[in-house]
Each structure stands twice: as structure tokens, then as C-alpha cells.
Design a protein around this ligand. Structure first.
Ligand code: KIV
Ligand code: ZN
Length: 553
């Protein structure tokens, strides 16, 4: 980077407000949402959407609950004209949804836009012209007065045309495009001139949309501007104040949120923040940010994967793995300590209470994700996460005494592959390492003598195959495991069972049982085995055989 290159940029100052109110406010309700995916978003695609894709996307937006949808710039694009006509002629716009079209302030464009809307019950006509210092100077070479005249003339043409389409209820939206680079008092003047021409009422309000067409300053500066604008504009009760944040500085979501504090009634944005350059504000993040503050976003995000699927299909762009609330990795913990905390949090969470699970700001189920995806394993992971996978995917509640040993097995696989270890690999390793291991010792048959040898002892007679030699063993103990170990001690000396656990592998009475055993060999080393069987005694004995086999392997 060029030394002192930053000196060619200037800092934007916040507005001098006597008493700044927005910092002490809280967001209390959802704004009016307007999706501009099909216009601002579509306009920024490598391959703009076909008619079919636009229909799919429109239906998705309707299904999610968006009530205002900008469908295009019909006077500038034939496909957007056709799409608008298609929606109207095929009655695809539900009664509670209003479509919006964009137009510049030129008679022929406005006339074509009205033609596109013919026959519709209600529509927003979105008129814009660029007002910033740099656009006036570099692009238009027009005075402030000439730019105001352009906006007012456009409004007058719209007013005239409205009379020719009495079947339609029209709402006017005006955007001083490049508001973010416009002198604030001048933006107010031009908006007031449009309002004076349009003459909105409290029943038929005008939408004034203040875009950060290019995001150039911190969100607090925009919030100051909105508060000042909202306090100073005449006829505030006849105005819906709208924000249209872009994301050049990566702070569009914060800009929109502070703008809500500062008095914005409505927000224009796109799903997953698609749009020109770094995009528009992401409506999914904004909506779910409200949701996780206990505020109804009035949008349905319960099938986020369906939204992602249609979005990716239509835009030909992927949703990044770390996209807030939606990315494939955002409900995943690899780190051992995070996994442990999530596991504990999920274990204690009670649906009657507020959501309180460490590292998870939202319950993944609320967006249609499952808990299963939460904990994934790589070389950073700990025993808790591995135990979580075994429990949640395969029903094995690995007891604490063997979790460490299993995590070392997985750790070495992860270290070797330098990749994520998926659940199948974990399960496979579990089977190979512990489950019903029957070599070099194989249990051929077993007889558990129900006759008690003394008041509390049990006798076990078993036939085993050890390296090809068939042997009979017998043992008496205070339970089947004790008896079997005693019998086995005749072949493998000195090992004893040091920990034991068992549970059923399902809910019904026919479910298999699983037993976990830790043995200590004659040299004091620990070994682990797991056995499964319909009979819990046999499962335990198989677990002992597995552990012994591990000790002599
Ligand atoms: O970003 C912008 O300024 C726009 C206007 C047309 C509202 O998209
Ligand atoms: Zn825009």
C-alpha cells in the first residue's frame, strides 16, 4: 500500500445534534420490509435472472412474508417489463403484497412504467434522481435548483398519469439517490419539494427513501442524519421514512439498525445482502437479529435451507459458510471447549425458558437446522464433541471413563488427515477400536449358570477360541462379569475390571443393550471394550472380551 495513501480520503463528521436521542432507544418492532432482490439485487448479477427465476424468487419472497417487493425497472429492461406484466396478468400478486417499480424522472420512462403496471390494484412507483455533490458535479453538471426541478417534474408527470389509471392505488416513493454523499439540508429541500408537489395525506403517505447508495461513513453518522431529517422534515405524519443501506464498509446491518433507532419506518434490502458491489443490507440477518431480541420479524425464516436453495439457484451465487444465521458452518463448533459448553447448555435447556446455550445466539431448530450439525470434529475438537456425535447420531452414551481414550483415537485420525472428521469416520473408529472385538480371543459359547453356587455367587462356563485353540473356562463370582473375569484370568492373568457402564440402545423393550468396560492389566495399563447384545449380560461379557483382546493385541 502506498505510504500515507490514506491521506487522500476525508473523514465524515456526525451531524451536530443538540440532543441526540437515538443512542438511548431500543428497537421495539419490525420495520416495513421492502425486498429489492428483483431489482437492485438482480441488476448486480453476472447473469440476471430469467423470467422463470424471477417468478421463483418472487414466490419465495411472498412465502417468507415480504409485503413490499420491488420487481424491477420495467422501462429500462424488457424482461423486467415482461415480468411485471406476467405477475399482473397471471394474478400472482397476493392482495396483501404491493409490488414496486423503479423509474428515473423522464416522461417516456415514467409512461412506460405506468404501462407495465396497467390493471394492478395497488403499486409503488419509485422515482429517483441522483443528488450528491459529486454526481451533480461530475455526472450531470447541473445546479442544485436544476436537480430539484428534475425531481419535481418527475413527480408532476407521475401525478398526471395517476389520473389516467383510476383503477390503481398508487403510492409514490422518492429517493434522492446518493443521499449518503448529499448535503443533508439539500436532501431535505429536495424531498420537501417532492412532498409539496405530491401532496401526500396521512392515509396515502409518501415514501421518502434515503439510500446510502455508497456506504461512506460509520453507522452513527447515518443515524444522526436520519434523526435530524425525521425531526426537521415538514409533514412527518404523511411520510414513511425509508432506509436503503448498501454495504461498502461492511456495516450495512449496523447502519440499518441504528437507523431504526433514529426514526426509520421502512427498510429496503435483499436476501443475504446481494446487490451492487458489496451488496445491499441483508434482510435475513436484520430479521433474525430482531428475532433473537425477542421481536417478531414478521418474516418466516423457519426453512432457511429452502431459502438458500432458491437464492443460490436464482442468483448463481453461493451463500458463504459463515453467513450469519444461514451459513453451513454457523451452528458448528469444532473447538473442544465450545463443544463441551454447547453440550452442557443443550442438556440443561428447557423449552419453557429463555434460550440460553453458550455460543449459540439462536436455536438452530428455529431456522430449520438440526442439532446434529452443531458439533463437528477436527484436530481442535475435544472429547465432549466426540461423545456428542456418538450420542446424537448413533445412540452410544460413551461414559466419562472412556471418553479421553476415544478422543485420542479420533485426534490421531484428524491429525493425520488434517481435515474434518465426519460422523461416519468417528463411528467406524469406535467400532474398530472397541466394539465386539473378537480376536485373538473369540467367545464360542457361554453358559451362565442360573443355579447359585452359594447364596450370592454365579457360575459361568464358557468355551473360547484363543489363537486357534479351543479352551473351556469356568469361573465363579458375585455376578456374571466377576465370574467371567475369574474364568478368563486362567488364560490372561491378572487383569481386573475397573469401570463399567451400560444402557439400552433404544427406547423399546426389544432394544439392544450396550456395555462399556475398562480393565486394568497386570502391568497397570488401562484398556477399553464395548459389547452389544440383546441380552445385557452377554453385552457385558462381550465388552470384557473386547477389552481383553485390546490388551493382548
Ligand atoms: O442505492 C440506491 O441509491 C438505489 C436507488 C435507486 C434507491 O438503489
Ligand atoms: Zn441500491
Amino acid at each position: 500500500m502506498k505510504k500515507e495513501g490514506f491521506k487522500k480520503y476525508k473523514q465524515y463528521k456526525n451531524v451536530e445534534l443538540k440532543e441526540r436521542k437515538w443512542p438511548s432507544k431500543l428497537i421495539e418492532k419490525a420495520p416495513i420490509w421492502c425486498s429489492v432482490d428483483l431489482r437492485d439485487g438482480n441488476q448486480a448479477l453476472r447473469n440476471p435472472m430469467s423470467l422463470e427465476k424471477k417468478i421463483d424468487f418472487f414466490n419465495l419472497l411472498v412465502k417468507m412474508g415480504y409485503k413490499e417487493i420491488e420487481v424491477g425497472f420495467p422501462a429500462a429492461s424488457q424482461i423486467e417489463y415482461d415480468f411485471t406484466r406476467y405477475l399482473i396478468e397471471n394474478n400472482l400478486i397476493p392482495d396483501d403484497v404491493t409490488i414496486q417499480i423503479l423509474t428515473q424522472a423522464r416522461r417516456e420512462l415514467i409512461e412506460k412504467s405506468f404501462e407495465a403496471l396497467k390493471g394492478i390494484k395497488k403499486a409503488v412507483v419509485h422515482l429517483y434522481n441522483s443528488t450528491s455533490v459529486v454526481q451533480r458535479k461530475v455526472v450531470f453538471n447541473k445546479s442544485k435548483k436544476e436537480i430539484i426541478d428534475l425531481a419535481v417534474d418527475g413527480t408532476r408527470i407521475i401525478k398526471e398519469l395517476v389520473r389516467e389509471y383510476p383503477e390503481t392505488e398508487f403510492i409514490l416513493e422518492y429517493s434522492p439517490e446518493s443521499f449518503s454523499g448529499t448535503e443533508l439540508d439539500y436532501a431535505l429541500d429536495i424531498c420537501e419539494a417532492v412532498v409539496d408537489e405530491w401532496k401526500p395525506t396521512t392515509e396515502n403517505k409518501i415514501i421518502l427513501n434515503l439510500p446510502t447508495t455508497v456506504e461512506m461513513y460509520t453507522p452513527n453518522v447515518y443515524a444522526d442524519q436520519i434523526e435530524w431529517f425525521s425531526d426537521n422534515i415538514k409533514n412527518r405524519d404523511k411520510i414513511i421514512l425509508s432506509a436503503h443501506p448498501h454495504n461498502d464498509r461492511g456495516t450495512a446491518v449496523a447502519t440499518a439498525e441504528l437507523a431504526m433507532l433514529a426514526g426509520i419506518d421502512r427498510i429496503e434490502g435483499t436476501i443475504f445482502g446481494n446487490g451492487e458491489r458489496t451488496g445491499n443490507v441483508d434482510l435475513v440477518t436484520l430479521g433474525l437479529n430482531l428475532y433473537t431480541q425477542g421481536i417478531d420479524p414478521e418474516i418466516d425464516f423457519s426453512s432457511i435451507d429452502e431459502v438458500i436453495g432458491i437464492y443460490e439457484e436464482c442468483t448463481e451465487m453461493p451463500v458463504p459458510d459463515r453467513q450469519p444465521y444461514a451459513g453451513s458452518l454457523v451452528y458448528t463448533a469444532y473447538s473442544g471447549s465450545h463443544q463441551d459448553a454447547i453440550k452442557k447448555g443443550l442438556g440443561l435447556y428447557n423449552e419453557e425458558e429463555y434460550w440460553e446455550v453458550p455460543y449459540l445466539p439462536i436455536d438452530p431448530k428455529d431456522v430449520g437446522r438440526t442439532y446434529e450439525a452443531i458439533i463437528r470434529i477436527n484436530a481442535q475438537s475435544g472429547k465432549g464433541g466426540i461423545a456428542f456425535i456418538m450420542q446424537n447420531y448413533y445412540g452410544f452414551s460413551i461414559p466419562k471413563f472412556m471418553q479421553k481414550d476415544f478422543s485420542l483415537v479420533i485426534q490421531s485420525i484428524a491429525d493425520e488427515s488434517v481435515k474434518e472428521v465426519n460422523s461416519e469416520v468417528i463411528y467406524d473408529a469406535f467400532k474398530k477400536s472397541y466394539l465386539n472385538i473378537d480376536s485373538p480371543i473369540t467367545l464360542e459359547s457361554i453358559e451362565i449358570n442360573s443355579k447359585e453356587v452359594s447364596k450370592k455367587d454365579i457360575e459361568i462356563l464358557a468355551s473360547i477360541n484363543y489363537k486357534g485353540n479351543l479352551m473351556n473356562i469356568a469361573g465363579v463370582g458375585n455376578g456374571p462379569i466377576d465370574a467371567f473375569v475369574k474364568g478368563m484370568n486362567n488364560i490372561i492373568e491378572g487383569f481386573k475390571v475397573s469401570s463399567y457402564n451400560q444402557h439400552s440402545l433404544g427406547d423399546d423393550s426389544n432394544a439392544e443393550s450396550v456395555a462399556y468396560i475398562q480393565i486394568i492389566d497386570k502391568d497397570g495399563r488401562k484398556h477399553y471394550g464395548v459389547g452389544t447384545d440383546n441380552n445385557i449380560i452377554l453385552a457385558s461379557i462381550k465388552a470384557v472380551v473386547s477389552a481383553v483382546n485390546k490388551s493382548i493385541a
